[in-house]
Design a protein around this ligand. Structure first.
Ligand SMILES: [Zn+2]
Length: 366
């Protein structure tokens, strides 16, 4: 689609056949008109394609793609902005209204014989005198249109000076559209420490969403209007409070019992009244050595990760919450994560890791 990628003619042809048969003219669907309707039978791929750059307020992708006319086989005559900043459909709405085929391509309206060009029109009703006047003006404009028959039609990424699409330029563009959220310094500090932990990316992302309170808890779904029954938004561990991040991970009586066991295992006392980033940073401070940055919050992440998995298992599979099994899972998960990173340096076994705080990660790296 973009000039940076050279597509062999055979593939282009194959691609055109497939997409046009199934979905119609792809550039017209994506780059022109209003938001197209998505059918119930449309594939996920097609829904993704149509949703590119479209939000409630902006249509940033479409408005940042221009076109350069070459052999005019791919650019719609009326709907595309191929000459100036407006489409001809916008410049001449009366003519466009009488066009017989609204999605007609330039190549369908233009015939060439060497340097000579001739335009062919198809109207669905007779033109008025005023329309004829507009048509003459349009033809006059078309005399100055730049055609480069030696090249195929090509798309131009407007934000880039040479028209090439890059992820970097797209990212910079999206930053301009985004509403920058200034995080509280403590939350930012916690997130920066979170990324240093050597865990899988899915666990890091989970921790990031937890620190930002962006997980899909029942309270979050309620605020979005998805869960409206008050019985559906209570904590599935205690059924006493609304399930938000604060309660689910730190304040629920069931969860506090789990944290107490984890802290006892580490030979520490559970600090009172901490939650979120405060809880995270406090846990990390148990590790004194800078060498421990990569595993500083490993057990904290294992605990919250296993809690979230258990919560989902209860909600979606009807599992029964079992605190002792949950603690076993936390020790097992953290053990495997730890062994995967520092296994060769450690000499203690899984059983000693589970049983004695003397052999925990914290003791190891002190
Ligand atoms: Zn609860």
């Amino acid at each position: 689609m973009f000039p940076a990628v050279q597509v062999p003619p055979e593939s282009l042809s194959f691609n055109n056949i497939l997409t046009r048969e199934r979905y119609g003219h792809l550039p017209t669907k994506i780059l022109t008109g209003t938001t197209p309707q998505v059918g119930a039978k449309d594939s996920i791929w097609w829904r993704d394609i149509l949703s590119i750059g479209r939000t409630a307020d902006e249509d940033w992708f479409k408005s940042n793609v221009g076109c350069c006319v070459g052999d005019d086989n791919d650019i719609g005559f009326w709907k595309f902005k191929w000459f100036g900043n407006n489409s001809f459909g916008e410049l001449y709405p009366n003519l466009y209204a009488k066009e017989a085929f609204k999605d007609v391509l330039i190549s369908d309206r233009l015939s060439r014989n060497g340097t000579d060009t001739e335009w062919h029109w198809q109207w669905c009703e007779e033109l008025s005198d005023n329309d004829a006047h507009h048509l003459r003006a349009l033809k006059q404009l078309l005399l100055d249109c730049p055609f480069d028959q030696a090249r195929s039609d090509r798309w131009r990424w407007v934000p880039d000076s040479v028209g090439l699409f890059t992820v970097k330029s797209c990212y910079s563009l999206l930053l301009q559209y985004s509403n920058t959220v200034v995080l509280e310094s403590n939350v930012l500090d916690a997130i920066q420490k979170l990324w240093k932990n050597d865990v899988s990316s899915k666990v890091n992302i989970f921790g990031w969403r937890l620190l930002l309170e962006k997980l899909h808890t029942r309270a979050a779904l309620h605020h979005r209007g998805i869960l409206n029954n008050s019985h559906d938004i209570s904590c599935i561990f205690c059924y006493m409070h609304m399930e938000d991040c604060s309660h689910l991970f730190f304040n629920c009586s069931f969860v506090k019992g789990v944290w107490e066991t984890i802290y006892r295992w580490l030979g520490q006392s559970l600090p009172a009244d901490l939650e979120g980033w405060n809880h995270f940073l406090s846990f990390g401070s148990l590790v004194k050595s800078k060498k421990g940055n990569q595993i500083r919050h490993l057990i904290w992440l294992a605990t919250t990760w296993c809690l979230w998995k258990l919560r989902n298992n209860v909600v979606f599979n009807g599992a029964l919450p079992d605190a002792s099994k949950l603690v076993d899972d936390i020790k097992t998960f953290s053990w495997f994560w730890f062994r995967g990173r520092f296994g060769r340096k450690s000499s203690f076994s899984f059983s000693s890791y589970c049983m004695s705080s003397k052999h925990t990660i914290i003791c190891f790296i002190l």
